[in-house]
Design a protein around this ligand. Structure first.
Ligand SMILES: *[C@@H]1O[C@H](CO)[C@@H](O)[C@H](O)[C@H]1NC(C)=O
Length: 180
């Protein structure tokens, strides 16, 4: 099974949007897709389905280095506010595509995954500040990845929709673009 921490990483760092500047050399600004809103902090992460109420407000997300690099550690720091307590039974649907290929669609137990950031269910309503260091393997195949992660309570209320895409180029450079 694909480790959720890798996906969580993916979701975070790819909740970005990768760029193909050469497809539109005249593009001046990166415009988000409808329903997507960049998260403050300059990371490539966006909120998706933003017209729907979400229990988590991501206030800021900062990545170092930004953009992330293959074969390096990435530090992700985020602040957010959770409106309602999240109990056992919460889950997260993750979709990853690689180029035009659907690489993965999988559902994970959210309460198992929050242990990665030293939380456990019930995750009480309130303000959170989280820092996580993850290593991005140098062996990640080059290409464009797009990730959607949608987290729900056990009653199917939307906790958060996070999206983004990242392109790992063969030489290890990553480009981001919110218009992915
Ligand atoms: C990433 O961090 C870990 C633990 O802090 C360290 O062992 C590892 O060497 C680091 N990797 C790189 C590429 O800096």
């Amino acid at each position: 099974m694909v480790a959720i921490k890798d996906l969580a990483l993916s979701a975070l760092l790819m909740s970005s949007a990768l760029a193909f500047p050469f497809q539109n050399p005249f593009k001046i600004a990166n415009l988000p897709k409808p329903g997507e809103k960049p998260v403050p902090g300059g990371s490539p992460v966006s909120i998706c389905d933003s017209t729907q109420p979400q229990l988590l407000t991501l206030k800021e997300l900062v990545m170092t280095p930004n953009p992330p690099e293959r074969g390096a550690n990435l530090t992700i720091s985020g602040t957010g506010f959770l409106k309602e307590t999240v109990d056992d039974g919460a889950y997260v649907d993750v979709d990853v595509s690689y180029g035009y290929i659907k690489l993965l669609h999988q559902t994970f137990d959210l309460c198992e995954e929050v242990s990665e950031v030293d939380l456990k269910c019930p995750v009480k309503a309130g303000a959170y500040e989280i820092t996580k260091e993850v290593e991005i393997p140098a062996q990640v195949p080059p290409g464009k990845y797009v990730v959607y992660a949608r987290a729900y309570t056990k009653d199917d209320d939307l906790i958060a929709c996070i999206t983004g895409s990242v392109e790992f180029t063969p030489n290890g450079v990553i480009k981001f673009d919110l218009d992915a």
